[in-house]
Design a protein around this ligand. Structure first.
Ligand SMILES: Cc1ncc(COP(=O)(O)O)c(C=O)c1O
Length: 380
């Protein structure tokens, strides 16, 4: 075999298979409603776009410091101080080309071959793929629908072994849309392991409050980015907040793999943090309206949602009464109803029998998509 095992063994995103089939149907002239998507349907707010354009006009188009421009790192520290009351040093921040490369930096720096990271099941699919890529292993801990898919700290504790290097949390979560309570975060932090906290959906919370891991422990890596909250998926901008000892090793990996994040995107990121509060609130209000509508309608259609999802823009709904094979069900819904949904199995065995619905689409499209699913269910 010419292709290296590491590449051959790499898993694809199943939801991409759904999307590709949806696109093929659209090319044949069929109308498809996309509820499988993982990115905001909004355009990047004007003040952010203008900051990017200004950066280009002013010639800020060169490589930057490998950790990111100081002004952006200062703005990130200010954001964490203002929002959560935690004090971080700009030297602890490494700006990356999105949260995904940030994961590669963290796990490359933290894991020796055979080391283990505790991950929830269901999970965001890139986590195990990246952990495996750098030679690590995932130890999965089940989370349950009637518990709002939150980690049970006592079950996490039982899975810790001498090879455990860290615990990964993601609140609000993809695919569940649920929050981890402050009390449980505290208990998980108290286990004394490194906590890797993916905070990319922070700010997209409609009930309750999200917490940064840094409120509970310094033995932590924060992963965050601009894709979701500021509707900046295509700008590719994220960051790590790291314990000081890990910064230099991560910086060396960043220099070799990526050199720096995009200069233009970094200048736009400063505007996002400093000027886009009104835009964020506008989008958040709209997401919340869609969320309330979608939760109500999905329940009316017979899908199971035990605990209301309160964050991100996803609903993981039980569909076991229709099928235990979420892959087949998602394709059946796509072919027969013309609606794209993500099969639960994409997010691990713990989500088999579930479908993930995204409300990153207009209320009009959501209404029509759910009407089509209602029709499909009547004829099933
Ligand atoms: C939980 C989670 N983390 C990270 C990412 C990656 O985001 P980015 O665009 O910053 O690479 C996503 C994207 O869907 C996500 O859902």
């Amino acid at each position: 075999m010419i292709i290296a095992a590491r590449a051959v063994d790499f898993s694809s995103f199943i939801v991409m298979d759904v999307l590709e089939r949806a696109n093929a149907l659209e090319r044949q002239g069929q109308d498809i409603i996309h509820l499988e998507i993982g990115e905001p349907d909004f355009d990047t707010p004007q003040c952010i776009k203008e900051a990017g354009i200004k950066a280009i006009r002013e010639g800020k188009t060169h490589y930057t410091h490998s950790q990111g421009i100081p002004e952006l790192r200062d703005a990130i520290c200010h954001h964490y101080r203002e929002k959560y009351g935690v004090h971080i040093n700009p030297e602890q921040v490494i700006v990356t080309s999105g949260t995904s490369p940030a994961m590669l930096l963290i796990f490359s720096t933290l894991l020796e071959p055979g080391d283990k990271i505790i991950v929830s099941n269901p999970y965001y699919p890139c986590y195990p793929n990246i952990i495996k890529y750098v030679g690590g292993n995932c130890i999965f801990v089940n989370v349950y629908e009637d518990d709002g898919f939150q980690f049970r700290p006592e079950e996490v504790a039982q899975k810790i072994s001498p090879q455990t290097k860290g615990i990964l949390i993601n609140s609000p979560s993809n695919p569940t849309g649920n929050l981890l309570s402050a009390e449980r975060i505290q208990k998980i932090a108290d286990l004394g392991q490194y906590i890797i906290s993916d905070e990319i959906y922070h700010g997209m919370v409609y009930e309750g409050k999200e917490h940064t891991i840094l409120e509970y422990t310094d033995k932590a890596f924060v992963l965050n980015g601009f894709s979701k909250l500021y509707a900046m998926t295509g700008w590719r901008l994220g960051y790590v907040i790291s314990p000081p000892d890990f910064v230099r090793p991560m910086q060396k990996i960043q220099q070799n793999f990526f050199i720096s994040a995009s200069s233009v995107s970094q200048w736009a990121g400063i505007a996002a943090l400093n000027k886009a509060k009104g835009d964020v609130e506008r989008m958040r209000t709209i997401f919340d309206q869609r969320r309330l509508y979608m939760v109500k309608r999905l329940r009316e259609l017979g899908f199971g949602i035990s605990v209301d999802p309160v964050g991100a823009f996803y609903i993981l709904a039980r569909a076991k009464h229709l099928s235990n094979n979420s892959y087949e069900l998602a394709f059946e819904i796509l072919e027969k109803a013309g609606v794209g949904v993500a099969p639960g199995i994409d997010f691990g065995s713990g989500a088999e029998g579930y479908l993930r619905f995204s409300y990153a689409n207009s209320l009009e499209n959501i209404t029509e998509g759910l009407r089509k699913i209602e029709e499909f269910l009547k004829n099933k």
